[in-house]
Each structure stands twice: as structure tokens, then as C-alpha cells.
Design a protein. Sequence first.
Length: 229
Amino acid sequence: MLATIPRSGLASLGYEIEVIVVDNASTDGTGEVAAALGARVILQPLRGYGHAYHAGFAAATGDVIATGDADCTYPFDHLPGLLCTMADRQLDFLSTNRLGHENREAMKPSHRIGNRVLTLISRLFFRSPFRDSQSGMWVFRRHVWQHLDIRSGGMPFSQEIKNDAYVRGFRCGETPIEYRIRGGEVKLHAVRDGLRNLSQLAVHRARTVRGPATVLCAGEAECVLAMAD
């Protein structure tokens, strides 16, 4: 996955790159391998998708953050295009949509159905623009994170960050991406994680109201790119 990061393409756009890999209590040597390949490794002993990102975002120093699972499913090589899309559309938060017909081979049918159901409920609750509420690849300006109230330490983190960015008034959008076959064991538990996500949606909806933004300026690892322009 680290080899797919287009360093020269990002540099040509004027970005300096910081690559952070969050070692989320890995037992397979992920952290050691990532460090040997030049990534900055952040240890997060608390397991959970959301806990990994809380640690990664706290460590990130760039003006723009791009995320994705470290399992080769997300196209980090498309980052220059995603950054240009975010700039052209003047967005604060750009999420990605993996649910196009062309990506059907890379996702189990049960997971695809679950994604669509959760996305439908999410759109009904928050009137948000996202058609893939569970996608794990986002590009956003770091100041957005400072104004969000994200409480999930697990899988619901992915939908919560999108919905919270939207209800707090940030300029949000979505663009399709290529989603690839995972390099490793699938750890998602469709029923258990789906029920947790449903519960989180209800709790989040009860505590949020759409308003103006206030702007001051897995394998067992997640990747955060913090880029300074």
C-alpha cells in the first residue's frame, strides 16, 4: 500500500507529505514493516477502527488529511485527482463512493447490501450528500477535525465523521473511486457491525442539528496522509 502513494505527483501539486500508519495493537508486525518502509508509526493500544483514527489525527500535522485502510482496497495512487476535485469544488470534506457497478467484484454481496441500507438510513436522518456512508477514504482540511464531535471508537466512526462534518455546516461532497480486492483477511462482521452502526446513527441523530460551520482558519492498521500545501 505504501508503494502506491504518488509522492512525485503530490509534490508536483506543491504538497509536502507525511505518511502515518496507526498500529492498532497489531500482532502481525505491521508497525515494524511500515516503519522500515519510511512511515511514521503511531501506536494505539486500544483496538477499533475509530480509535485508530483518533490517534492518527491527533498526530497529523498537515493542512490536508487523506485516509484509507492499509489493505490495498483504496486507490492512494488517485490522490492527486482527489485533491484537485476537492479544490475545484471548493470543498472542506470530500468522501468517496465505492458502490459503483464496476467495483462489484471487490465487495461481498452481503456487505454491499448492508452498505446501501446504512447509507439510505443515514441520508434520511441527516439529509447528507453521501451515497456511500461507510467508505473509508476521505480527503479533508485538518481544521474540520477540530470542530467535530466524534465519539465512536469502532466501525461507526466512518459514517459519524461524514455526517458530523455535514451537520456542522462544512462544504461536503463525494466522488466515485476504484475499489480494489482486499489484500488479506476480511475482518468485518456484517451483522454485528451493522447493528452497531444503526445504533450509532440513531444516537447521533438525536444530538445533532444542521448549522453553519465555525471555521478558525484494516488490516489492523489505518493510513493517514497529512499534507502541507
